[in-house]
Design a binder for this molecule. Structure first.
Ligand code: GRG
Length: 292
């Protein structure tokens, strides 16, 4: 199966699994459930679930076994987007091509959507068919990736950095937590589903760290380019929010150079897995070549 057919098939599986895992909007409290479904379904590239599946494929895991872990990571991701869009954070009105959750519903509902999605993620991960010790490791991994030493901590650093001059090291530290932690969790959860040993988890951590940063560098480049195209500005949305980015710090040419280096390093990390890592190689390229 070529990459684009594989990607569509996983995206469809994830959509259908999320559809079943999310409470029906006919269930009370109906408005909360409707808002959870609004924020989660029918949108997004599903990069984290794709990474989870790609990683599981290295170990020959059946797709059905990967869906719950992949959906759990996506639920945490959607919760972070809903909260990030709130007026007290980035105050955004559009997400995934439609009004943000708090605009479509209201702020209190959006806050609860994030809370409830976070809980549902851990519930979903606790219901896999894996043996209890493995499941506990996976729950710990996702909790660490989401919490104050992971994504939420990265967001705190980001908020504190608004309007500040950051060094490249500080910017990288922020992104390793804010976006990198969840991307790492996606890769490692897929590997856990395949009973990966410590050595494999360590080498895939190296891969995921590169891909996490790569994702962010490319995001900054795309953001800057879309603003240049539409508004004639040279900086993107984050820079407009007075937040430092790879492009504002390095300039577009060096940011692209950085992306090329991270891409090559990510591919190198997969060499020991040979053809089994085909999907992770392809996803690395997709992350660089995507248009949004
Ligand atoms: C509120 C606790 C808390 C955390 C928020 C990750 C994050 C932390 C906020 C996301 C804000 C943001 C737009 C970050 C830039 C990079 C990024 C994560 C973009 C969105 O991810 P994609 O491109 O989105 O995978 P889709 O919609 O495709 O899923």
């Amino acid at each position: 199966m070529d990459f684009s057919a594989w990607m569509s098939s996983i995206q469809q599986r994830i959509e259908s699994a999320l559809e079943h895992l999310l409470p029906a909007s006919s269930l009370e409290p109906a408005r909360l459930h409707e808002a959870m479904r609004y924020a989660t379904l029918d949108g997004g590239k599903r990069v984290r679930p794709l990474l989870c599946h790609g990683s599981g494929e290295i170990f020959g895991v059946a797709p059905e076994l990967l869906d719950q872990a992949a959906c759990a990571v996506e639920m945490i991701h959607v919760y972070s987007l809903v909260h990030d869009d709130l007026p007290c954070m980035d105050d955004d009105v559009l997400r995934r091509g439609k009004p943000t959750c708090h605009v479509e519903f209201d702020e209190a509902t959006a806050l609860l959507v994030g809370d409830a999605l976070q809980s549902l993620a851990f519930q979903t991960l606790s219901e896999t068919a894996l043996a209890a010790p493995r499941q506990v490791s996976m729950l710990r991994l996702l909790a660490q990736a989401s919490g104050s030493r992971g994504m939420a901590g990265g967001q705190a650093i980001d908020l504190a950095a608004t309007g500040q001059a950051l060094s490249l090291e500080e910017l990288e530290f922020m992104h390793i937590h804010k976006t990198g932690a969840l991307i790492r969790a996606a890769v490692l959860l897929g590997a856990h589903c395949g009973q990966a040993d410590e050595a494999a988890l360590a080498s895939l951590t190296q891969f995921a760290n590169r891909v996490g940063l790569l994702f962010q560098v490319v995001d900054d480049i795309l953001d800057a380019e879309s603003n240049t195209a539409t508004l004639g500005k040279t900086a993107g949305k984050d820079a407009a929010h007075n937040k430092p980015t790879y492009v504002s710090l390095l300039g577009a040419t060096q940011a692209k150079q950085k992306a090329a280096e991270l891409r090559a390093q990510a591919h190198d990390c997969l060499v020991p897995y040979g053809a089994q890592a085909r999907r992770l190689h392809e996803l690395t390229d997709y992350i660089v070549e995507r248009k949004f």
